[in-house]
Design a protein around this ligand. Structure first.
Ligand SMILES: Nc1ncnc2c1ncn2[C@@H]1O[C@H](COP(=O)(O)OP(=O)(O)OP(=O)(O)O)[C@@H](O)[C@H]1O
Ligand SMILES: [Mg+2]
Length: 387
C-alpha cells in the first residue's frame, strides 16, 4: 500500500501541511527541528495509534491549538481509502474511514500498515523488556488487529487484579476476596495465554526474515535469534525475573500455555498476596535477542545493536509483505542514513528500493544514495514543499 496524500492541521509544528506523495521512494530533507519526523509520526500514529516518541497523544497537538487533524489517503490494490483522525485536547478523539465515523478508535488498526525505523529503536536492543514487548505486540496487531482488543482486555484485568491483590494485602486475604481473585485469574489466563501463544507464533515466523535482514545489513556475520524468556517458566524466583535462570518458552500450543499459566499462578499465589502485585504473565515476559550465542543486550557493540534494531524492522516489513492481507507496508526510515558508511548506505538502499512505498527523512540530502532521491520534499518550519 502507499500514501497518496497527507493533510496535517495543527499536528505538532505543522499548522497546515498538504503533501502529495508518490509510490516508490519519497525523501524529506531539511535542517534539524523543522518537522520531518513530525510528518512520518502522523502516518505512524494512524497506522498504530502510537508514536515512537511519546506515550500519549497530547504532545501531537500543536502547542497553541485545541485539536489536530491528520488526513490520509492510502491506496491498496487500486482502491483508495480516506482516513481522518481528529485529536482533541479536552474531548474524545475521532476517526472516520471514507467519511464514516467508526465506533471505536482502535477499529482503525489494520487500515494503514507501516513499518517505522527510527533512531530510538536501538532501545529495543539495549534497554528494558517493555521496549521488546512493544515491538512484538505492535507487529502482532498489524497482522491481527483483533489482538488489540485482547491486549486491552488483558491490561484491564491485570489492573483490577492488582488492585484486588493490594487490598487483600492491606486487609488480610479473606474468603470472599480470594474467590473474586479466582475469577480474575480465569480472565487473566484466558487473555494472557492467547497473547503469549501469538507472540511465540510470530517470533517463529519472523526468525528466517531476521537472519536474512541482519546478514544483508551488518558487517559481522553472527546469526541473530530471538527467544522468549517467559515468567510462566522457571523456579519461584519471580520477584527478580531479570536475574532468574534463563529458561526459554518455545511451545505454541494454546492449551499447554494455558495450563502453564494456571499452574504458575497457583504456585505464586502466596507471594502475590505478600507483594500485592501480579507476578507472572505476558506483561512480565521478555524477548532475548541473541547474536551468535550471546544476548545483544549487554554484549553487542553499538554498531551491532543498531544493525540488529534495523534488521528487526526490515524483517517485519518483509514478513508483512509476504503474509499480510494488505501487502507491502509503508516503509519509513527516519534519520537512518547519517549513521551509515557509504557501503552500508548502498546496501540499505537496495534492500528497501523495491517496496511499494518508502519514506525517508534526512537532515543532509547528500547522505542519502542517489538511487533513493526520486520524489524530494523540503521541510522548513513546519512547511513542506516539493523540490
Ligand atoms: N506540539 C507541538 N507544537 C508545536 N511545535 C512542536 C510540537 N511538538 C514538536 N514541535 C516542534 O517540532 C520541531 C521538531 O520537529 P521534528 O522532530 O519533526 O524535527 P526534524 O525535522 O525531524 O529534526 P531532526 O533532523 O533533528 O530529526 C521542534 O522544533 C519542536 O519544538
Ligand atoms: Mg527527526
Amino acid at each position: 500500500m502507499f500514501v497518496k496524500h497527507l493533510t496535517l492541521s495543527h499536528f505538532r509544528n505543522h499548522v497546515s501541511t498538504e503533501i502529495s506523495l508518490e509510490p516508490g521512494v519519497n525523501l524529506l530533507v531539511g535542517p534539524n527541528g523543522q518537522g520531518k519526523t513530525n510528518v512520518i509520526e502522523a502516518i505512524e500514529y494512524l497506522s498504530t495509534l502510537s508514536s515512537h516518541r511519546v506515550a500519549g497523544y497530547q504532545p501531537l497537538i500543536h502547542k497553541d491549538a485545541l485539536s489536530a487533524i491528520v488526513r490520509l489517503k492510502v491506496s491498496h490494490a487500486e482502491r483508495d481509502v480516506l482516513i481522518d483522525l481528529e485529536l482533541h485536547r479536552d474531548n474524545t478523539n475521532q476517526v472516520r474511514i471514507n467519511q464514516s465515523p467508526i465506533p471505536r478508535i482502535r477499529d482503525v488498526l489494520g487500515t494503514v500498515n507501516s513499518v517505522v525505523f527510527a533512531p530510538e529503536d536501538i532501545d529495543i536492543v539495549k534497554r528494558d523488556p517493555s521496549n521488546r514487548r512493544n515491538f512484538i505486540d505492535q507487529l502482532l496487531v498489524q497482522f491481527s488487529p483483533r489482538l488489540a482488543g485482547v491486549m486491552t482486555d488483558y491490561d484491564r484485568v491485570l489492573k483490577q487484579r492488582n488492585t484486588l491483590l493490594k487490598t487483600a494485602r492491606a486487609t488480610g486475604a479473606k474468603g470472599s476476596s480470594l474467590s473474586t481473585l479466582d475469577a480474575w485469574d480465569e480472565s487473566l489466563i484466558k487473555f494472557g495465554a492467547e497473547i503469549v501463544a501469538e507472540r511465540l507464533v510470530l517470533l517463529n515466523r519472523i526468525k528466517p526474515y531476521l537472519t536474512d535482514a541482519y546478514q544483508a545489513i551488518a558487517v559481522t556475520n553472527n546469526e541473530p535469534t530471538i527467544l522468549m524468556k517467559s515468567s510462566l517458566l522457571g523456579a519461584a524466583v519471580v520477584d527478580d525475573f531479570e536475574e532468574a535462570e534463563l529458561e526459554y518458552l518455545d511451545l505454541m500450543d494454546l492449551e499447554r500455555i494455558t495450563e502453564l499459566f494456571r499452574n504458575k499462578l497457583t504456585n505464586v499465589r502466596t507471594k502475590e498476596l505478600e507483594r500485592g502485585i501480579t507476578l507472572v504473565g505476558p506483561h512480565r515476559d521478555d524477548l532475548v535477542l541473541l547474536l551468535g550465542d550471546l544476548p545483544a543486550k549487554g554484549y553487542a557493540s553499538h554498531g551491532e545493536s543498531w544493525s540488529y534494531a534495523l534488521a528487526l524492522r526490515l524483517a517485519s516489513a518483509r514478513l508483512l509483505r509476504d503474509e499480510s492481507r494488505t501487502g507491502d507496508p509503508i516503509v519509513i526510515l527516519d534519520d537512518v542514513f547519517a549513521e551509515l558508511d557509504s557501503v552500508r548506505r548502498d546496501r540499505l538502499a537496495s534492500l528497501v528500493a523495491d517496496n511499494e512505498q518508502v519514506i525517508i527523512t534526512a537532515a543532509v540530502r547528500e547522505d542519502v544514495p542517489q538511487s533513493l532521491q526520486a520524489a524530494v520534499f523540503e521541510v522548513l518550519k513546519g512547511e513542506v514543499t516539493r523540490v
